[in-house]
Design a protein around this ligand. Structure first.
Ligand SMILES: C[S@@+](CC[C@H](N)C(=O)[O-])C[C@H]1O[C@@H](n2cnc3c(N)ncnc32)[C@H](O)[C@@H]1O
Length: 742
């Protein structure tokens, strides 16, 4: 692919202990045969678009399957149609397990930065010597550089990046022994580390060069196929612009056949070119909308998205960037592990893993605890170090919300939607096991996984709880910091879970933002605005849609004037949208950060940080019963907001999914909670809504506002009910009624 491909050079391994066959269905189409570098005349070109589709000329080219030796994921091969993808995924595992190894470049591809990164690494937390006694590679570590108060950049809410640079990339020149047990000097140890890693990294480099050459060749062929550089020739991409019947018939015949991948690919590239230079390249009589509809339809077929989602995602970017985004979703992100600084140091962990045959390097300057793994001779989810809790498999972007939250020692923090605990355990590590973290999740099974991780990683300052987080301010409040890593559509992690491409409907994009808004208000209301050290809320999702991100933040800013957006302190990331498709957002929205797979080679993510500057409005103690979400009609929440990942090995994949089993468990637990509160969980929400509407009408009519309002409030409580597991009060909210009663 043209631009996208040249920018996006990585085909990165997936977590080694898991293999997702669906990812192996990625298709690459070889345009080479039919797109030889013969220059075409204008007339030729006009007919060529269809001619290019001639099926007998097309050959699928599967990109070379390369993988870490232990079955880690490979760069998926070409395919698009459901039929071909199925076949591809069947074939993939065997290909993935061949000896071809892939060594993708690091997240931070700053070539000369390696040494600096190792040297500047600071550790976050004390090493528990007893836990490490049996591990001979552990060295003494008296040079911890923990994130302390001085490091925390956002206490004054408008911190600049330079301050944060010093937090996450101290750049110090410390050289400390890696193998203290071996009594080596720092430089000897460094050499040994390098020697141990050098073979793997060299292999990585060779493969990288080979891959780049292959991509460059493919890109050249793409360019030839799409006549990039022949700007005087207008691509003929939307069928019969001149109304020639033959073409129309031809197009209609073709549309009934299985999609021709080469045609789609060529046409996608052509349309991108037209859209980006519309006045010069558009065909007469064709509007931008015609081209846009065409490309969305083609993207949907080529990459296997529902047309609805293809359109939604396409509009987030310029046409060429959109293409890079869709392309990046076909490639797994790098496998990353986070050093648990409660138990070890990154350098020590790296050394011991290298000795076990793992090729790795620091994730980039922005993190002192992340290691990117290129290949491994051992399953990383079962090494002694893993079992001893020295690291956790965690997607790089999952570090970001916690870094933005920057919890301090001795604070009281809440992680509202915490399972399976990747972020909770990072918070505990930054707090050096001091203070207290409340780790909550509405899903009991997942909460158990959370407990497992907490134990494995030696976290001792955390209390696990199992509430619908919308109830939280009533359960307990007054936190210094709250993290809301919200359940979301997962449009940022499509490379991990391709089912998102087709299983997210319009309804999901109404229901999810609704829940997210309620959760965010609850998060805000749970924070102590008088906190001496904090008063911060971080909202994050692994989704890239505007309605789940800026839309939710905007809503919270309107409903809670007592919070304001502040800088996240993160050193990279695209600014959030201040306006999007005719909708304007708060000016400070540019302080929020968006992360895209095609830009940073991390999962798509969104991070916003708020500071609470005043008390929440009276009566806002419970986001479920106290606040109705405006803007859209209340939609009943299903309990399908569960991650697909299960157990403690799935730390990286956090998203909304549909898990009926979990839903039932949440339902039961919420029913129990309601009963304890004396509320009938079987009450019919629709009736409740109707009744309340009537009550509200009565209130309006009534001269004496006080009594009906009071009744209404009480009855509302009685009618509080849940729908498929979530506690829910019907559409009209108590707050409004109370206001009217005053
Ligand atoms: C994105 S995941 C969280 C991932 C977690 N922060 C981590 O880093 O490991 C979202 C979580 O929200 C939980 N959840 C969904 N609805 C909830 C609710 N109403 N209250 C609390 N948790 C909820 C899900 O069970 C899921 O574990």
């Amino acid at each position: 692919m043209g631009k996208g491909r040249s920018k996006y050079k990585q085909g990165l391994p997936d977590p080694i202990e898991t293999y997702h066959p669906h990812l192996a269905k990625k298709r690459k189409v070889d345009d080479q045969d039919d797109a030889k570098p013969s220059k075409r005349s204008k007339d030729e070109k006009k007919t060529k678009t269809i001619a290019v589709t001639a099926p007998e000329k097309k050959k699928k080219k599967e990109t070379k399957a390369t993988a870490p030796v232990n079955g880690a994921k490979v760069k998926p091969t070409a395919a698009v149609a459901a039929t071909s993808t199925k076949k591809a995924s069947k074939d993939a595992p065997s290909k993935a397990n061949t000896n071809g190894k892939k060594a993708p470049p690091p997240l931070d591809s700053d070539d000369d930065s390696d040494e600096e990164e190792w040297e500047s690494e600071g550790d976050d937390g004390d090493v528990s010597e007893s836990k490490l006694a049996a591990v001979d590679f552990m060295g003494s570590s008296d040079d911890d550089e923990d994130m302390n108060e001085d490091d925390e950049p956002d206490v004054d809410d408008d911190s600049d990046d330079s301050v944060y640079d010093s937090v996450y990339d101290s750049g110090d020149d410390e050289t400390r022994p890696i193998f203290s047990d071996d009594d080596l000097s720092g430089s000897e140890a460094e050499e040994q580390l390098t020697a141990a890693n050098i073979a793997g990294l060299t292999r990585k480099l060779d493969l990288q060069i080979a891959q780049e050459a292959e991509e460059a060749e493919a890109e050249l062929q793409d360019q030839i196929a799409t006549n990039i550089g022949e700007d005087e020739i207008k691509p003929f991409v939307i069928g019969a612009a001149t109304g020639e019947e033959d073409d129309e018939n031809e197009a209609s015949k073709l549309s009934k056949l299985a999609p021709d991948l080469a045609l789609l690919r060529t046409r996608i590239n052509d349309v991108v070119r037209v859209l980006e230079d519309f006045s010069n390249l558009c065909e007469e009589g064709r509007s931008r909308t015609d081209y846009t509809e065409q490309i969305i339809s083609d993207i949907s077929s080529y990459y296997g998205y529902s047309p609805y989602l293809a359109e939604k995602l396409f509009h987030l970017f310029s046409p060429s960037e959109a293409l890079s985004f869709f392309e990046a979703n076909e490639t797994p992100r790098p496998l990353v592990i986070r050093t648990n600084t409660l138990k070890t140091h990154r350098r020590d962990l790296a050394q011991v893993l290298i000795n076990r045959g793992v090729t790795l390097e620091p994730i980039g300057k922005w993190s002192k605890v992340g290691l990117q793994v290129f290949e491994s001779q051992v399953p990383l989810g079962a090494t002694p170090e893993y079992l001893a809790g020295h690291y956790i498999l965690q997607a790089a972007s999952s570090f970001l919300p916690v870094m933005a939250l920057a919890p301090q020692e001795n604070e009281r923090c809440l992680d509202m939607a915490a399972a399976p605990g990747g972020k909770t355990t990072y918070m505990a590590a930054l707090m050096k096991n001091t203070g207290c973290v409340f780790a909550n999740d509405a899903n009991k099974i997942r909460a158990k996984g959370l407990i497992g991780n907490i134990h494995r990683l030696g976290v001792k300052n955390t209390i696990v709880c199992n509430y619908d987080a919308r109830e939280f301010p009533k359960v307990i409040g007054g936190f210094d910091r709250v993290l809301l890593d919200a359940p979301c559509s997962g449009t940022g992690v499509i490379a991990k879970d391709a089912s998102v491409k087709t299983n997210k409907t319009e309804k999901d994009f109404l229901k999810l933002p609704h829940l997210q808004k309620q959760l965010l208000l609850a998060a805000i209301d749970s924070v102590d605005h008088n906190s001496k050290t904090g008063g911060y809320i971080v909202y994050s999702t692994c989704s890239v849609t505007v309605e789940e991100n800026e839309g939710v933040v905007e809503y919270a800013l309107k409903k809670r004037p007592n919070v304001k957006l502040v800088e996240t302190g993160l050193t990279f990331g695209v600014e959030g949208f201040v306006s999007f498709r005719g909708k304007s957002f708060n000016e400070r929205m540019k302080m929020t950060r968006r992360y895209y797979p095609h830009k940073y080679n991390v999962d798509g993510f969104f991070v916003a940080k708020f500071r609470k500057v005043g008390p929440s409005p009276a009566g806002s103690g419970n986001a479920v019963s106290g606040e109705a979400v405006e803007e859209e009609e209340i939609v009943e929440m299903d309990i399908d907001d569960e991650d697909k990942e299960k157990g403690e090995k799935g730390e990286g994949a956090f998203q909304w999914s549909e898990d009926e089993e979990d839903a039932k468990i949440i339902e039961k637990s919420l029913k129990r909670q309601k009963r304890k509160k004396g509320i009938d969980p079987r009450a019919d929400p629709s009736k409740a809504g109707t009744k309340e509407k009537k009550q509200e009408e009565e209130i309006k009519k009534s001269e004496d506002k006080t009594k009906p309002a009071k009744d209404s409030g009480e009855k509302k409580k009685e009618k509080s009910t849940k729908t498929k597991g979530f506690v829910r009060v019907s559409a009209q909210n108590g707050t409004k009624q109370k206001k009217k009663s005053k």
